[in-house]
Design a protein around this ligand. Structure first.
Ligand SMILES: *Cc1c(COP(=O)(O)O)cnc(C)c1O
Length: 460
């Protein structure tokens, strides 16, 4: 039986209604090279969303391939419980150097897990336990940004705000205080319609009201507030919604003033995606906890990390008999293959794809994407680093969206395949975020394919 038949019989795909899936013809990817994916029929596609936001340097990158092969020649995986290895500590050091921008980072710690969700989960538990062990057990409440997405495990869902993804599981969740996201014109404080052709961020006036909402929430909770959790600058699953420069720094200051910790989820934005190594570096913000995943291995292997400040780590210090241990761990913690790939990827971010390169390619993509403004149903074209989002609306003037049943974004993304582009929308937001190795010609190809697909599904 071929793999398509076996897939339809035995596999359950993530975020997928399997009835519709089984009625269709799935695309079977068999190989890839750089920014190009190849299917079982030999057709080629641009990897327009970096394989769901994970890939940085392209597929079959020789340096990462060699690092994994080299590690495979020694050992693939041994336990990180009661043992260490010769790769994971090295990556922890290099990661902290990149994050703290200090050649000898002191005090910070890296906790390893496997996915973005587990990195967030570990961060939440660390914070909760640290509060108790510091004698601040009353600080138990998390505050988080509206429309935020932090993964699908129960803790990560608890600080997320997606009615569709999480609504069903509300009964399992511990809940967190939601504050208004300042993202784009959806913000109810901002009733002004942006001028056509301009990035909606420029015509917004709601940022400072939104900062006020954060202050209000933190003051309401007072000594019950433990940590503020957010995706800095770009909220991915919310629809690549982008915050104005300065919002993050203001929120960080509000937290600092009130003794509330800041946990940043850079699972999507980390490792250069926004044109800085970490999005928080755009605003000189140091969080207390940082969650990383997706691009950490260059998009090769499931590895994730939770970075903790010295202050948080110190709360766990004690004698064995005091039971201040962080009772959390995963079988594949510190996995050598993943850490070897991560080290190679980090090196590529310094040499082949430094931030100046990512920013330049991203600007090129953004310039090409301005063409979408010609379409009357495009409500916004927004960019940050190598992320470009094109939002489709039913009516520009009133900001009315198409009904969800019409699945416009989904149909546009599907139609793009026939033009050689694979990407995945978020609702009615089209997403172009290729690997950093993408050529200018491939960028033009991607924009062209997305444009044609849009014109087919939503005629002008
Ligand atoms: C994808 C994502 C996660 C979850 O990561 P998984 O690896 O899918 O568990 C968490 N936070 C953000 C911001 C993400 O984009």
């Amino acid at each position: 039986m071929d793999s398509t038949e076996l897939d339809k019989r035995h596999v359950w795909h993530p975020f997928t209604q399997m009835r519709g899936w089984n009625a269709g013809t799935p695309l079977v990817i068999v190989e890839a090279d750089g920014a190009v994916l190849r299917d079982a029929e030999g057709r080629e596609y641009l990897d327009g969303n970096s394989s769901i936001w994970t890939n940085l340097h392209g597929h079959r990158r020789p340096e990462i391939d060699a690092a994994i092969r080299g590690q495979l020649g020694r050992v693939a995986h041994t336990s990180f419980l009661g043992l260490t290895n010769d790769v994971a500590p090295q990556f922890a050091f290099e990661l902290l150097r990149a994050f703290t921008q200090d050649d000898a980072p002191e005090g910070w710690r890296v906790f390893y897990s496997d996915d973005g969700s587990t990195a967030v989960e570990a961060g939440l538990k660390m914070i909760h336990q640290a509060r108790q062990q510091r004698g601040e057990g009353e600080r138990r409440k998390f505050v988080s940004l509206g429309a935020g997405y932090h993964g699908d495990t129960v803790g990560a869902m608890s600080v997320g705000h997606s009615a569709l993804f999480h609504g069903t599981y509300r009964g399992l969740m511990f809940g967190s205080r939601e504050v208004m996201s300042p993202a784009c014109y959806r913000c109810p404080f901002n009733r002004a319609v942006p001028e056509r052709g301009t990035d909606a961020r420029l015509s917004r006036k709601c940022e400072w009201e939104c900062v006020g909402e954060v202050a209000k929430a933190l003051d309401d909770l007072g000594d019950a507030a433990s940590a503020f959790v957010m995706e800095p600058r770009v909220q991915g699953a919310a629809g690549m919604t982008m915050h104005a420069h300065g919002y993050l720094a203001r929120v960080a200051a509000l937290c600092r003033e009130r003794g509330v910790w800041l946990m940043l989820d850079e699972v999507m934005t980390g490792f250069g995606r926004t044109g800085a190594m970490f999005a928080c570096q755009h605003e000189g913000v140091m969080p207390d906890v940082l969650a990383l995943g997706k691009g950490i291995t260059g998009g090769y292997l499931p590895l994730a990390a939770t970075v903790a400040s010295a202050e948080i780590f110190e709360a766990f210090d004690g004698e064995h008999s005091e039971w201040r241990t962080f009772f959390h761990g995963h079988s594949y913690s510190g996995n050598q293959l993943g850490c070897a790939a991560a080290l190679a990827s980090l090196r590529l971010l310094e040499t082949v794809h430094p931030m100046a390169h990512v920013r330049a390619r991203g600007e090129k993509l953004c310039a090409l994407a301005q063409r979408f403004w010609e379409h009357p149903n495009v409500g916004d074209v927004r960019c940050e680093g190598m992320i470009c989002a094109i939002e489709i609306v039913e009516d520009f003037a009133t900001r009315r969206c198409f009904s969800a049943e019409q699945r416009v974004g989904f149909r546009v993304s599907e139609a793009a395949r026939a033009h050689g582009l694979i990407t995945r929308c978020v609702g009615d937001v089209l997403v172009l975020m290729p690997p950093y190795c993408v050529s200018e010609q491939q960028l033009a190809q991607a924009v062209d394919a997305q444009w044609r697909a849009l014109a087919e599904v939503v005629p002008e």
